[in-house]
Write a protein that binds this ligand. Sequence first.
Ligand code: HEC
Ligand code: HEC
Ligand code: HEC
Ligand code: HEC
Length: 339
Amino acid sequence: MKFLSKLALCLGAAVLLSGCERPPIETVQTGYRGTGMEQIYNPRTLAKEAALNQAPVAAEAASAEGPKASEVYQNVKVLGDLSVGQFNRQMAAITQWVAPDQGCAYCHNVQNFADDSMYTKVVARRMIEMTQKVNQDWKTHVADTGVTCYTCHRGNNVPTQVWNAPKDRKYANSLLGDLAGQNMATKEAGLSSLPFDPFTPYLKDALPIRVNGNEAMAGVGSNANRASTKQAEYTYSLMVHMSDSLGVNCTYCHNTRNFQSWEESRPQRVTSWYGIRMARELNNEFMTPLTDTFPAHRLGAKGDVAKVNCSTCHQGAFKPLYGAQMAKDYPELQVLAKP
Ligand code: HEC
Ligand code: HEC
Ligand code: HEC
Ligand code: HEC
């Protein structure tokens, strides 16, 4: 009996410890010495990640000569300025990026390519504009690296990392009574007890993320900091998501002696500030207006469309696809088509 319980103890310890990193680990310093600003990497995880972040090889550029797609085809509303050769190269690319198994038929009634009856085609047309919008107007975030459909889709019809508003879990069968939007150990909150939907308030609505006061203690009068602990928990939940999406920890952006200070933060924090605004715009200007276009089975528990967060593009990497410059091979996705 004694032996058995010892064995159980050992097994239990083995399970517990298996969550820790086995050496070797690598440390990269990202701030001044003594500030604790460093990132810890596990080379085994990095090797696995590298394989997942390979960008596909681009097809050879097509000639801009010859008649335009708008002159040859019947129902081209966005890519009409391309030559027919460029247009077909683009169709082949989006097939490889979004529907490699189903092919053209994923978006087309192949009896009539001009037909718009499949919702996937209508969504794809808007997605082309969304991609152009990111590359043209959000250089503050994506720089010249830019994005293509592959950045989010990676060969899947539906990107693997999207979010929907969670169903109400107000009075779940829990010892804690009212869950109040937290205490669920969800993936979104990094398996912590933090609020499990930091996306609706910050990546759809524009609630204030800042919670620190400008003065010592709580401040007084109009300078008083009225942010609640609960609000701070939402901010932390968003921060956990951002760290997780990029495969980094808080010190990738902050000097943790002062989370608030921009002077002491790394430039990556500024990039992220724009990233938050960009994700918000994609969700409000592009995704949400498509709600009625999607079939019911693609919508979430609350009837909302799947939306974008940091991991939709980043998928665990500090830059999507480790900064592979694949967008430059598709100039037609760089600027918004003329209306
Ligand atoms: C992910 C969705 C998607 C896939 C897959 C796709 N297409 Fe398209 N296709 C579109 C969209 C969107 C348009 C309209 C573009 C526009 O309005 O500028 C279009 C338009 C066309 C047109 C113009 C038809 C007309 O007369 O208006 C042709 C031809 C075409 N596609 C061929 C193809 C071929 C060939 C394939 C497979 C290699 C393919 N497409 C795969 C989304 C797709
Ligand atoms: C910023 C990320 C992002 C980019 C870039 C992006 N998409 Fe999407 N796409 C999404 C999200 C989010 C959805 C909604 C998921 C769903 O279908 O429920 C979606 C859905 C779709 C769908 C519907 C799939 C289905 O089965 O319901 C198609 C088709 C599509 N995208 C095509 C494209 C094409 C073509 C491009 C490039 C021109 C592109 N997407 C670029 C994020 C992106
Ligand atoms: C990828 C960059 C990035 C990472 C990683 C990151 N943050 Fe942030 N953090 C930001 C940005 C950007 C803001 C400001 C958001 C805004 O005002 O829109 C911010 C704001 C904050 C604030 C509010 C500061 C204030 O002025 O009230 C706190 C607190 C915070 N972060 C904590 C954390 C914690 C804890 C972590 C790790 C779990 C973390 N952050 C990881 C970018 C980051
Ligand atoms: C539409 C796709 C997309 C989304 C959504 C997105 N990013 Fe990015 N992000 C990129 C691209 C592309 C780059 C590479 C830019 C470059 O090469 O400088 C990048 C770069 C960054 C960097 C700079 C990394 C470095 O070391 O220089 C940070 C930090 C970052 N993103 C944070 C975020 C955060 C936080 C969010 C969510 C609020 C987010 N991103 C959402 C596409 C995206």
